[in-house]
Design a protein around this ligand. Structure first.
Ligand code: ADP
Ligand code: MG
Length: 328
């Protein structure tokens, strides 16, 4: 199978939102009048972001999910994406799985694959997503205000727990491992929550490298500090029809120190961390219900710079948590 047959078979879909999709030198998009275009790229490299044995369908999902997560963090509505793919060989079973995981998530978010590039080489997946957002509504990192509440969506720490099981430092039974592994391999981009927070949150970021490290980006860009509580790490809470909030029972079963490390600095969570004024608490809860996404309040923005972590008795925790940095 040649390059063009491969594109035709696995990546060409009829365009609905786009004026012109896959097949020409450029795709043509028509953003809604007056809207700003939000654009973001994320690359997944074999051996760095995933192992060669990962299920291709889950990998297709994850490749797009991590990109949609960036749109979510900006409060942008997904529109289209491009896929630059480097493949060692044409493996049709792999391609069928990869494209079905990718396109299923794309369809669920009305985000169309409009173009890309395909070449031979080490397995590497680079996606660029585009979304739209009304001018002035984008949720950004620089606007956290002193006094804001700090929240996270969903649960944190399970992806790291799965990674540690693969590394052999933790163990889980089969059902527990599958649950944690799904969080690592098939994260849920919080697009609906991001949209619902547009007029509510002051700042937001998606958690890819660890909660404290990513929150640190908000603090730095906003010129503020934060106090983070840990009482929400004492047990799993539940939201709506039984979704876990804050941490899952799997994480709650770990010793306290591991729980802190995985939840606060684990990485690969793809949840949102955002700040909102105290007088918006009801609106934050409404946004959570409207988007069926658990939200947990974990602390507040302070004038004093730096990040203070408090134990459940309110005493400062002095231990340091490193967040993920590819070049550190
Ligand atoms: P060009 O020669 O202009 O770079 P290509 O021959 O690489 O174009 O690609 C042909 C068409 O297929 C283009 O419309 C391109 O956007 C699209 N395309 C290539 N690879 C992919 C892919 N992996 N997914 C979606 N579309 C792709
Ligand atoms: Mg090309």
């Amino acid at each position: 199978m040649g390059e063009f047959d491969l594109i035709e078979r696995y990546f060409k879909r009829p365009a609905h939102k786009a004026v012109l999709g896959v097949g020409d030198d450029c795709a043509l998009l028509m953003p809604s009048p007056g809207m700003q275009l939000a654009v973001s790229s994320d690359m997944l490299v074999e051996g760095r972001h995933f192992v060669s044995t990962v299920d291709p369908e889950r990998l297709g999902h994850k490749a797009l999910a991590v990109n949609l997560s960036d749109l979510a963090a900006c409060g942008a509505e997904p529109m289209a994406f491009t896929l630059a793919l480097s493949l060692p060989r044409v493996d049709e079973t792999w391609l069928a799985g990869f494209s079905s995981g990718l396109l299923r998530l794309a369809d669920a978010h009305g985000c169309e694959l409009v173009g890309g590039d395909t070449t031979q080489g080490p397995l590497n997946i680079c996606i660029t997503v585009m979304g739209d957002v009304p001018p002035g509504d984008a949720l950004l990192r620089h606007n956290a205000q002193v006094g804001d509440d700090i929240y996270i969506s969903g649960t944190v720490g399970d992806a790291r727990l799965a990674l540690e099981v693969f590394r052999g430092t933790q163990s889980l039974d089969a059902a527990g491992l599958e649950q944690a592994r799904l969080r690592m391999e098939q994260p849920t981009p919080r697009v609906a929550l991001g949209l619902a927070l547009r007029a509510v949150a002051n700042s937001a970021i998606d958690i890819s490298d660890g909660l404290l490290g990513d929150l640190g980006h908000i603090l730095k860009r906003s010129g503020v500090g934060a106090q983070i509580d840990t009482h929400w790490l004492q047990s799993a809470s539940s939201f709506g029809d039984g979704q876990a909030a804050g941490i899952t029972p799997l994480l709650a079963a770990l010793p306290w120190n591991k729980r802190l490390e995985f939840a606060l600095a684990g990485g690969d969570d793809y949840e949102l961390c955002f700040t909102a004024p105290v007088n918006q608490r009801e609106m934050v809860h409404a946004a959570a219900w409207e988007s069926d996404t658990p939200v947990t309040r974990i602390g507040r923005i302070t004038e004093a710079p730096g990040l203070v972590l408090l134990d459940p008795q309110g005493q400062p925790i002095t231990r340091r948590f490193a967040s993920f940095d590819h070049f550190a």
